[in-house]
Design a binder for this molecule. Structure first.
Ligand code: UGA
Length: 429
């Protein structure tokens, strides 16, 4: 099928590339001309495993192209996906102005029936607004359908999540766009559920909020574990083997971050408030998440006492493993708090150092993770990168003034660390 994707951020670029990979003709549109040029030349603006190879392959095979003209994208496609940012506003609601702008641009370029699909994460009822906007601004007065098709990919695993989705959600107002939407997704061999538009929009917010709730739940359990001498990992395993609960997203740590969970929680609380429901359960999820970081910082200050004139080595800056994304990263937040207490920092991240530099100033960026501990008073694990598990502990032990580790992601085994002579503090164990 002929598809346009408006917006080449994480969702737009990965979606467009995977659609091309399964055989569709895809044109990706972005109003950032420099980004389009980079993509046309085979570069990609983000680190995402497997993505660059797939972009280059599909461009070479003629199924994937890039343009900065929305009109060109609309003209050449039957189905147009909107995948532009919906950034947070200070009051917790989301800024829908990019969506509105794109809806007008699409309307202005339509000369025949089109399916306009919203893939950006939006509050419930946005589809209605997009529909009204297109109707108002479409001079040609042609027919169209608006569809809500939320995306569930995780950064760092985006290609795999898109190629093998757990489910595809398609929210429609009429049956007319259903066959085309099913055709687009049939190569992915996933269960497809057809809903009304409002339900599809709600599924996205409800899913992300539930996952955030799961994390805050296990983080709350971690506090009880610390107070009672239990081990949160064993508790997570014990409850997670119940298929009704599941083990995933039960990793205790310094809390969730990123460009999705914090924003989507606030937006869901806000839209619920606007339509008359005070979503206190989700407010508590936010509170536990903030408290988890406070508790971890306290663990560090309780152990090291005064941080002024001390040097701390921090492993991890990205908001989670396998990405260079530092937006709303708990690791950056933690670093800034340690700096505020007067500590000097030596930091390392396998992929996110360039993106961290503008946000985290005054730290020493170290290229080799095994060199981070040199001259430090303690080492902190802030992101759950797999490779941190192979840190050269003997070398770190020799480099530190005293072997102290604060593991905010529970990567090491407490018994093993104690046996090696470390003062080792993790979360809920
Ligand atoms: C999340 C959802 O998982 C995706 O399904 C969704 O499509 C995406 O948001 C989105 O709305 O676009 P993402 O933000 O990429 O994906 O990252 P996650 O893997 O969900 O991790 C989010 C945060 O939770 C990270 O800071 C991570 O460290 C933390 N986390 C995750 C935990 O603290 N514990 C866990 O057990 C899992």
């Amino acid at each position: 099928m002929k598809l346009a994707i408006i917006g080449t951020g994480y969702v737009g670029l990965v979606t467009g590339t995977c659609f091309a990979e399964v055989g569709h003709d895809v044109i990706c549109v972005d109003n950032d001309a420099a980004k389009v040029k980079m993509l046309q030349a085979g570069g990609i603006p983000i680190y995402e495993p497997k993505l660059q190879e797939l972009v280059q392959k599909n461009v070479a095979e003629g199924r994937l192209s890039f343009t900065s003209s929305t009109a060109e994208g609309v003209e050449k496609s039957d189905v147009i996906f909107i995948a532009v940012p919906t950034p947070p506003q200070p009051d917790g609601s989301v800024d829908l102005s990019f969506i509105e702008r794109v809806a007008r641009d699409i309307a202005g370029a339509m000369t025949g029936y089109k399916i306009v699909v919203d893939k950006s994460t939006v509050p419930v009822k946005t589809g209605e607004r997009v529909s009204e906007t297109i109707k108002r601004y479409c001079k040609a007065k042609v027919e169209f359908d608006v569809v809500s098709n939320p995306e569930f990919l995780r950064e760092g695993f985006a290609v795999d999540d898109l190629m093998k989705p757990d489910r595809v959600v398609i929210g429609v107002r009429s049956q007319r766009p259903v066959a085309a939407m099913k055709e687009i997704y049939s190569p992915f061999k996933a269960p497809i559920i057809i809903t009304d538009i409002a339900s599809a929009e709600l599924i996205k917010h409800a899913a992300n909020s539930f996952l955030a709730l799961k994390i805050s739940y296990i983080n709350a359990i971690s506090i009880v574990c610390e107070a009672s001498g239990a081990n949160v990992e064993q508790v997570a395993e014990g409850i997670g083997l119940d298929e009704r609960i599941g083990r995933r997203f039960l990793n205790a740590g310094i809390g969730f971050g990123g460009s999705c969970f914090p924003k989507d929680l606030s937006a869901f609380i806000k839209i619920s408030e606007q339509i008359g429901y005070d979503f206190r359960l989700l407010q508590e999820v936010q509170r536990i998440n903030a408290q988890q970081m406070d508790r971890f910082v306290k663990k560090i200050t309780d152990t090291l006492w005064v941080l002024r004139d001390k040097t701390i080595g921090v492993l991890g800056l990205a908001f989670k493993q396998n990405t260079d994304d530092v937006r709303m990263s708990p690791a950056i937040d933690l670093c800034q708090r340690l700096q505020k207490e007067g500590a000097a920092l030596r930091v390392h991240d396998p992929k996110a150092m360039d993106k961290a530099k503008p946000l985290l100033k005054g730290a020493t960026y170290v290229d080799d993770m095994n060199a981070v501990a040199e001259g430090c008073d303690a080492i902190v694990i802030a992101t759950e990168w797999e490779e941190f598990k192979s840190l050269d502990l003997d070398r770190a032990q020799k480099s530190l003034s005293h072997p102290i580790m604060f593991d905010g992601r529970n990567l090491f085994d407490p018994a093993e660390m104690e046996k090696r002579g470390w003062v080792y503090k993790s979360v809920g164990r």
